[in-house]
Design a protein around this ligand. Structure first.
Ligand code: FES
Ligand SMILES: [Fe+2]
Length: 382
């Protein structure tokens, strides 16, 4: 985020802080409990939101060298994203054209070609079938040119990678970002270095992962001893870009920053946690000196895979530097797992009991309201 925008947001914070309560959303929102539990709704979400819309899947720096790849799910679709020799990215259905085996496991080093583990068919990085070892005569009536991996739409820009499981011809990063690129450009995400990713599965609906990041209201209570001593619970900065809300959770030091007499000295980013929620697949957090990325994969109405990645501004040069980033990730996983996600699992149980008809999102939770309106609108538009 460029300096001018930081100052503009701090000016908004200053006037709001003077005038009393933070500007609220115009209205509360009620969402039925079934939004988190109904199997038919879940199927529609997976289809319309996770397969037919662009998904933010990671930072460009994860795929630097030719042959580096990501294997992941886009809704139900197994996908493979590969860095090409010319530096571009291509996406494929990660299913062998012979009998459907995934041609590559989720995490592995860059490779010159992909060899299917089942019967050894070999694919080039561009998805073309290179060879059917020991078995060419057995397939002599099926030309190799017809057996390349099936394509999936991919786009890259502003240091981010997007993919779409079905459709998405002509996909661009700017179209997927809906204007958020104006702020993201200033972060230099393209220069980041991937440090580590961790994956967990949780017994709750995918939306609860995002919900927990969309408001600061809970900090005072749920994070009483962990982050409440340093973060504000009543003030945060909300804006939106198409369906994507952006929330900046503020450190208490932000209030000192806006008391500096010369606005030219004001800096926002060191005094907050800047979160871009990319509906539906995840979020990126600018965490003052590093970047965190959360990616959700819905598995069932009450089961979600969560991948958390940490990126540093530059390659950790020493063991000490690497240990510093690892400790950051340990702390992040500890607070979110022990405090946020453990509670989300309890919320899911309550919702599934059928005893609670709806959830109420407050006017002081504008990002939460924006996100759920965008989700509900996308489902209604079908
Ligand atoms: S399924 Fe891949 S080679 Fe047979
Ligand atoms: Fe939290």
């Amino acid at each position: 985020m460029f300096q001018e925008r930081q100052q503009e947001l701090l000016r908004r914070l200053k006037s709001s802080n003077r005038e009393g309560p933070w500007p609220l959303a115009p209205a509360t929102m009620r969402n039925p409990a079934s939004a988190y539990t109904d199997p038919a709704r879940f199927e529609a979400e997976r289809d319309l939101l996770f397969e037919q819309r662009p998904q933010m899947i990671g930072l460009s720096c994860e795929l630097r060298e030719p042959g580096s790849y990501m294997a992941l799910s886009l809704g139900r679709i197994p996908a493979l994203i590969v860095r090409q020799r010319d530096g571009s990215l291509k996406g494929f259905v990660n299913a062998c054209r012979h009998r459907g085996a995934p041609v590559v496991e989720p995490d592995g080093p860059p490779r010159p070609r992909f060899s299917c583990p089942y019967h050894g068919w070999v694919y080039d990085l561009d998805g073309a079938l290179h060879a059917r070892p020991y078995a060419e005569p057995a397939f002599d009536d099926v030309p190799k040119a017809e057996c390349g991996l099936l394509p999936i739409s991919v786009a890259e820009g502003y240091g981010l990678i997007f993919a779409q499981g079905r459709g998405g011809e002509g996909l661009t990063a700017a179209a997927a970002l809906h204007g958020a690129e104006v702020e993201l450009e200033g972060f230099g995400l393209g220069g980041c270095v991937h440090v580590e990713s961790r994956e967990h599965e949780w017994d709750f609906n995918w939306k609860l992962v995002l919900d927990t990041f969309t408001e600061a209201y809970h900090i005072r209570f749920l994070h009483k001893t962990s982050i409440a001593p340093t973060y504000l619970s009543d003030l945060s900065l909300f804006d939106s870009f198409g369906p994507h809300p952006r929330m900046i959770g503020l450190l208490k030091t932000a209030l000192q920053e806006i008391e500096k007499p010369d606005e030219a000295d004001w800096r926002l980013l060191p005094h907050g946690t800047t979160q871009y929620i990319f509906m539906p697949s995840g979020l990126i957090t600018w965490q003052r000196d590093h970047v965190e990325l959360w990616r959700v994969t819905p598995l069932s109405p009450n089961r979600t895979r969560v991948r958390t990645s940490l990126y540093a501004p530059q390659e950790p040069a020493t063991e000490k530097a690497r240990a510093y980033w690892k400790k950051n990730l340990d702390m992040l996983m500890d607070v979110t797992s022990r405090e946020d996600f453990t509670l989300m699992a309890e919320i899911q149980k309550g919702l599934e009991s059928g005893a609670l008809p709806e959830l109420i999102y407050g006017k002081n939770e504008p990002s939460l309201i924006h996100l759920h309106r965008a989700i509900n609108q996308a489902l209604e538009a079908r």
